[in-house]
Design a protein around this ligand. Structure first.
Ligand code: TXA
Ligand code: MG
Length: 323
């Protein structure tokens, strides 16, 4: 049976909250991407997320909370994490922090690590759902493992429509940011950028008053300390060529800026606006993927949100089979 896809309103959110409290799966909108959520304190429920996504079980999940205060029950904050939560929550920032000894979150959300990733989403529907469910919600992006993250409810249906445990997809329209959250960890070396994302590095460094440490690009076994670093991750079916300054016969173009060539393709942002480009990235990749031709991607600057956009594009272009 395929899941119900229903516009998010008071009634559907209440129903979604009940499903989650019973340990079933619900897909819901956040300001970054759609999440596939369930009760983060329920081991069986969390296991069903891994099952539905076909995700390698060593990949830990983000736990969503309604507010900053709720986080103290689960993890130990440090002063810099506190500063970042104050500056960016609710919003597109995820903090990886040490679990408290009495942390009631399923050990599965940490996938064997002694830390847990937490985020307070800003989207009204996500917030209302957290209140309705009355439990922390574990939610990875609502796509099959290794595939493009969903920025619309229909993407979830395409990718996970066959997952038996997914009962309901709450439709909240397209995601405003369209890129997953930025993930920051706090190893001894200092605040570390584990995954570039919706909040630009520069904004985080401005709040901290110092540079972020870069997580080494990892793959394979070494990727286990931060599995989001695995190389091939956001994989369309077709081949992708980056930094393309021309288009070749048989390719479609993913453009950026005013100089889009007159060939089949889509432009992330005709005005060269990185925020707009981020919001369009995953849905345009899907559209071009469906055309079945290799994709030539025009150069995108590495500044601001460009860092996260280029990170996703490099993963989409990376050799397959590394996840
Ligand atoms: O925007 C987002 O972050 C979306 C929405 C739904 O909130 N969620 C999302 O979740 O992208 P997911 O599971 O697709 O990505 C979680 C990322 C992965 O890169 C994972 O490795 C990292 O967070 N992560 C989670 N827990 C971690 C931990 N304890 N230590 C290091 N990295 C962790
Ligand atoms: Mg994901």
């Amino acid at each position: 049976m395929t899941p119900d896809l229903i516009a998010a309103d008071e009634e559907s959110i209440a129903r979604a909250g009940e499903l989650i409290a019973r340990g079933l799966l619900v897909a819901f909108p956040t300001e970054t991407v759609y999440g596939l959520g369930t009760d983060a304190t329920n081991d069986r429920a969390v296991a069903s997320i891994f099952e539905a996504k076909g995700r390698p079980s060593f990949n830990p999940l983000i736990v969503h909370l309604p507010d900053r205060q709720s986080a103290d029950r689960f993890v130990h904050f440090n002063a810099e994490a506190d500063k970042l939560a104050h500056a960016f929550w609710p919003g597109g920032l995820t903090l990886v922090l040490p679990r408290r000894r009495d942390c009631s979150l399923s050990l599965l959300v940490s996938a064997g690590l002694d830390t847990v990733a937490l985020r307070v989403p800003a989207h009204k529907v996500a917030h209302a759902l957290l209140l309705a469910a009355r439990c922390p919600i574990a939610a990875p992006s609502a796509n099959a493992s290794g595939r493009i993250s969903p920025t619309r409810a229909e993407h979830v249906l395409e990718s996970l429509g066959q997952a038996a445990s997914l009962k309901l997809i709450l439709d909240g329209g397209p995601c405003a940011m369209g890129l997953e959250s930025t993930v920051i960890g706090f190893p001894a070396a200092g605040p570390t950028l584990l995954r570039p994302g919706a909040i630009a590095r520069e904004a985080i460094e401005a709040v901290l008053g110092r540079k972020l440490v870069d997580a080494a690009p990892l793959s394979g076994e070494a990727g286990r300390s931060s599995p989001g670093q695995l190389e091939s991750h956001y994989a369309p079916e077709v081949a992708i060529r980056l930094n393309a300054r021309d288009s070749r016969a048989g390719e479609s173009v993913l453009g950026f800026g005013p100089d889009m060539p007159e060939v089949p393709g889509l432009n992330l942002s005709a005005t060269g606006d990185l925020r707009e480009a981020a919001a369009h990235l995953f849905s345009m990749l899907r559209e071009l993927d469906a055309m079945g031709k290799p994709i030539a991607v025009m150069p995108i600057p590495e500044t601001g949100l460009g860092e996260a956009i280029n990170d996703r594009l490099r993963r989409a272009a990376a050799p397959r089979g590394k996840v």
